[in-house]
Design a binder for this molecule. Sequence first.
Ligand SMILES: Nc1ncnc2c1ncn2[C@@H]1O[C@H](COP(=O)(O)OP(=O)(O)OP(=O)(O)O)[C@@H](O)[C@H]1O
Length: 271
Amino acid sequence: MERKQNKTAIAVSSHKLKIKKVTALETKDLHVYYGNHLALKNISMPIYKNQVTAFIGPSGCGKSTYLRSLNRMNDEIEGCRVEGKIIYKDFDINQSNVNVFEIRKNIGMVFQRPNPFAKSIFDNVAFGPKQHGEKNKKVLQEIVEKSLRKAALWDEVKDRLNKSALALSGGQQQRLCIARAIAMEPDVLLLDEPASALDPISTSKIEELIIDLKKDYTVVIVTHNMQQAARISDQTAFFYMGDLVEYNETKQIFTNPQEKQTEDYVTGNFG
Ligand SMILES: Nc1ncnc2c1ncn2[C@@H]1O[C@H](COP(=O)(O)OP(=O)(O)OP(=O)(O)O)[C@@H](O)[C@H]1O
């Protein structure tokens, strides 16, 4: 039954134009276990190319676990088992013979706390390409400049590229981490609460950056902040206790959710 139009306090911004949806990445019947604990149950959903997709839901519902599945980062967690398919470029990347380093080059990740290396700003961004064999100094310089520009950090750091990344502010460090991910020329960027440790001004810079990044990348973001999901995402997935309860265009999720649990969550009547 169609639920009645629901007015929420959350404003959905208008930068989201209707564009044809092309699937960049998709999971089919995904289950994730930590030991015997089933943390994600049968998640099937597409992630659309050049869109921002937000994962929302209460603490412990499985948002980060799902995000980490998308580039095989759960492989690094002892006792974690991922069953089901993760389809990327028509190929199931959840198979044991897949080169996970290659996968993570294409599907990059940025974590909640800025984690730059104790190296110069330049070396942080050049690190990945160097690891993948790029030795030419001029090419590395070009990659560093391009990545820092795309991460909206170039103007702030261009005169101190050889200074330590650790001397940057938290917000700058997070944009540096985004530049570091971009330097690998990924298709998809996975962002796990990228602004939760930042002040409001740095947060709004990261939000502007994310909206800008979707021109070139598919962006997936975990956020606790529903206003943030409403402001920057095109699609929103609501998770609850390991289930994907509802997945739809952000505007629908926040103004006309189809499931009562979603409505309760986005209107703050949850729990
Ligand atoms: N490394 C781990 N070992 C064991 N269980 C884990 C591990 N990481 C997560 N879990 C469990 O899996 C479930 C989902 O956790 P997850 O961190 O994905 O949720 P979340 O929605 O991202 O939560 P939060 O918003 O608090 O970060 C929870 O029950 C959690 O306790």
